[in-house]
Write a protein of this length. Sequence first.
Length: 357
Amino acid sequence: MVGIKLIDYYIGNTVISSILLITLMLAGLQIFVLFVLELGDLGQGSYGVTQALMYILSQLPHQIYLFFPVACLLGSLMGLGVLAANSELIVIRTAGVSVGQVVVSVLKSSLILIIAVTALTEWFSPGLLNNAEVRKVVAKSGGQAIKTATGSWMRDQNNFIYVGQVQTDGLLLNVMQFTFNEQQQLVLSRYAEKAVLTDEQWTLYQVRQSVIHPDQIQAQTLDQLTWEVRLNSQVLQVGLTEPEAMSIGQLWHYVNEQKRNRLQVNDAEFVLYKRLFQPLASCVMLLLAIPFIFGPLRSSTVGARFLTGCMMGFGFYMLDKFFGPVSLVYQVPPLLAALTPTLLFSVIGVWMMRRVR
């Protein structure tokens, strides 16, 4: 019994160390890729190198969470591969440890890491990601936009605009506008329940406004009104919380609220299901490493096995990215789109495991 516990600890420690090493390597590569992508935005407003690095570092926990299943596959493959190359797995098998017990050892140890990464991501990543996006947009806008606890303030020339909520489909809710003249005097106060962008033209609905003259105030109520302001998409992003920047609880509430209002919510629902199935995907990736070590590829070199694992991990990552847009364009149910990559690689894993001896 003590021997089995020691073997469990040794295998688990080796696999976890390898997963952490692979995660660190992929994180470094991701930082480089993200920095290259940010080069085009440098110099806009006050957005410089320091702001770009802070933006990238704030994104990193979310990016790690996205590629963590791939890190689990490559880390497990590398850890078990090292044990196999040093003939330690042969000794472990000779001691009477079955392949199934090795699988359990890998899963037991790695499950702790998967739970820790998932919990830390849910607690810290949404806030970091949302704040990073807001800081970037504010810096690029040159101070024309700012976000508060209750909404967002934006500026278009002499118009100061408050937006209570920005929807992902370009719908603005609870819009207020304050217009000043050249003498910094208030000349217009306006409130609208919503603003809709159609063909690059904003329209306000359920409008109440007050036009302020030197000797009187003219109050008006309008069902709709053409809105002559210029709010570009970059400025509006300061008030927009993307589904990726929400926790699972926030996503669940947001999806149910949008459905209750009969609004399109497939993108957020896909993100919700993908987040829920992410730990399962990591477990599937861990199991996929076993056939590489004990299956038909066991006679291959460590480099060949690792390269094959990289190709399989990259395939999973790309397929996971592919099904998001597909679910929106072809109206594939978000649950099916989010689960398909994991199910497909589960079938591949089961087929490969059947050939393990």
